[in-house]
Design a protein around this ligand. Structure first.
Ligand SMILES: Nc1ncnc2c1ncn2[C@@H]1O[C@H](COP(=O)(O)OP(=O)(O)OP(=O)(O)O)[C@@H](O)[C@H]1O
Ligand SMILES: [Mg+2]
Length: 432
């Protein structure tokens, strides 16, 4: 199966709703799907979710409110201010959308989006249920990636649950709880797998892959390393996917600094500590002042520039945070463009063409037949899809050859059966 290795792919099959519907029917016939499909039943997967995680009272909700400009999460100076997760969708700025929209004369433009989820603070012992820990951990299980907010500002008026600002210890507490929670889940699962419920040989192979992957992950976790540090085959990744392991999720550390550090965060020794840990844990790092960002959103546009100038910086750190979240988490964009709309869709780097189509609708993945794709640059240079086709820069991602071969084999099989019957020979099934 062809792999989408780079961003900016544009499947021309995935256009406005009506075309999607027609195409779905076509795919249903060729791909063997018999279910009906109506526009009203279409549930579009809008965006991937980034969970804002950290100790209590480190600035998670303050950051959330700044990122999701109209977010109304309660942010206040007391631990466990947040209990239920706050959710907000944020557009990812991308200049290419307007260029495509002009070329296709689209009626509207829909940018890619990321869903930010502000999750309650975790404390030591969360994996054992401390501070409603199990409930909060289950909220983290539901996100695709983690933004771990780390307090890097001194302020005696803001309570620190462990009594002092110490990024290394804070990061260790959170990571250890995630590790414990994963270990607990893995041990239960391995016990279950030992009973070997797999009915056919295929499920037995999958169970074996899952067991072997989990044994290796368990070993890494016992060494305090995250599950994502273990190298797994795609098949193994797929076999353990259902567990939604917390330490498998990509992480960005968000060093939350004081207003006075915005211009030169490198001079803050706490930030340097976080930076070293981030590289050790194969994670990204963004430095931001949640307090400054939330104050900025309260100001009228003209006063924002003045405020930023007074702090010694030229722009807000939010655009950077959103883009970094998008890029560091291995997210990629592909576009669909037509008269009705030009739209950016978010996929994970390395997703296959059918998986990418599944972001629009899961049935597109199940019944995938083919997609025509063209790179953004080639499309813009050609000016239209027809011109791009003529230039030969459009690629085809297809199951067509596979189905053709299957069909030929099947016909061959049928003719042998027929022949055997005619000459009355004993027959051994080819596809038993
Ligand atoms: N960079 C910063 N500098 C100074 N104060 C900050 C900064 N970031 C956040 N704060 C303050 O810290 C306090 C706690 O913030 P917030 O409620 O956002 O934390 P939280 O992590 O969401 O807490 P909880 O886990 O309890 O929900 C607030 O009073 C907020 O104004
Ligand atoms: Mg909060």
């Amino acid at each position: 199966m062809a792999r989408i290795a780079c961003s900016h792919l544009m499947p021309s099959l995935l256009h406005p709703l009506k075309q999607q519907r027609n195409h779905y029917k076509l795919m249903g016939v060729v791909g063997g799907l018999s279910r009906g499909f109506s526009a009203s039943s279409m549930k579009i997967s809008m965006s991937l979710r980034a969970g804002i995680v950290g100790l209590p009272n480190v600035g998670k909700s303050t950051l959330f409110n700044a990122v999701v400009e109209n977010g109304k999460a309660q942010a206040a100076n007391f631990p466990f201010c947040t209990i239920e997760p706050n959710v907000g969708i944020v557009a990812v700025p991308d200049k290419r959308l307007n260029v495509l929209s002009d070329l296709s004369k689209s009626q509207r433009v829909v940018p890619a989006s990321i869903e930010f989820v502000d999750i309650a603070g975790l404390v030591k012992g969360a994996s054992q249920g401390e501070g409603l820990g199990n409930k909060f951990l289950s909220h983290i299980r539901e996100v695709d990636s983690i933004l771990q907010v780390v307090r890097c500002f001194e302020d005696n008026d803001i309570v620190h649950v462990n009594g002092k600002v110490d990024p290394k210890s804070d990061i260790d507490v959170i990571n250890l709880e995630l590790v414990f929670s994963d270990l607990d889940q893995i041990e239960k699962r391995i016990e279950k797998l030992k009973k070997g419920k797999g009915k056919d040989s295929q499920s037995k192979v999958k169970e074996e892959a899952e067991r072997s992957a989990l044994e290796r992950i368990k070993e890494a976790l016992m060494d305090g390393k995250p599950a994502r540090s273990v190298s797994l085959t795609d098949f193994e990744k797929d076999a353990i996917k259902h567990l939604c392991l917390l330490t498998m999720k990509p992480v960005i550390f968000v060093a939350n600094v004081a207003e006075s550090d915005v211009a030169d965060p490198g001079s803050n020794p706490y930030v340097n500590q976080v930076m070293n840990l981030a590289s050790e844990l194969q994670s990204g790092l963004v430095t931001i002042s949640a307090q400054v960002e939330s104050e900025l959103t309260e100001l009228p546009a003209d006063e924002r520039t003045e405020f930023l100038k007074s702090l010694g910086v030229s722009e807000s750190g939010l655009g950077n945070l959103i883009r970094a979240t998008y890029n560091l988490l291995g997210l990629r964009t592909y576009f669909t463009s037509g008269e009705k709309e030009t739209k950016a869709w978010t996929i994970l780097a390395g997703m296959t063409a059918p998986q990418a189509a599944g972001v629009i609708h899961s049935d597109f993945e199940k019944g995938f037949i083919r997609a025509e794709t063209v790179s953004y640059d080639d499309f813009v240079a050609a000016g239209s899809l027809a011109a791009a086709r003529e230039k030969g820069v459009v690629s085809l991602w297809s199951y067509k050859i596979f189905w053709t071969v299957c069909r030929k084999l099947y016909l061959y099989y049928q003719s042998i059966v027929c022949l055997m019957k005619i000459v009355n020979l004993p027959f051994i099934g080819l596809f038993s």
